[in-house]
Design a protein around this ligand. Sequence first.
Ligand code: URA
Length: 209
Amino acid sequence: MDHLTVVDHPLVQHKLTIMRQTDTSTGEFRRLLREISQLIAYEVTRELPMTTKRIDTPMQEMDAPVLAGRKLALVSILRAGNGLLDGMLELIPSARVGFVGLYRDEETLEPVQYYFKAPDNLGERLVIAVDPMLATGNSSAAAIDLLKEQGAKDIRFLCLLAAPEGVARMKEAHPDVPIVTAALDERLNEKGYIMPGLGDAGDRMFGTK
Ligand code: URA
């Protein structure tokens, strides 16, 4: 996969525009995030290995394509990652799930870890880390560091919005981790928010402020 893939499918772009709007309600925001996560999941799982299985249709036998059973782990970067996780789990219900708890120090913008729990045998799995906002890239890069320390080798990063600064940071820290996003925005502001962005994804998803 390329280092950065922007999923420019019309349905994704239309839903994202509604999510960006200030007057979109919490419930609508959450619903759209779940829907978009499923559309982006198609892209991030596009190269999953396939095999065939002999089946009977009502008409005849055939060798039909099935997933080759590659082990998957979805890792949510708390708390906003859970909005992407829910939709992906509907598509891939057998995936194992991990959580990385990082918050961003508002002064330094550096990530601080408060939780980590991941499935066994990360080295044998395709690991898809999810976080809606790739902003400075500091917490995303730190989350990937933790996953690699636990043995993960094949990692992809899925987000809703990315800033060029975050993409560059990830490319420098983890050039082996492809990023899949719905949009590459213009820049970060002085507080590390993505512009034009959609605000604080966690607050918009959970109705906090
Ligand atoms: N996290 C968010 O939720 N929004 C941003 O714009 C940047 C980081």
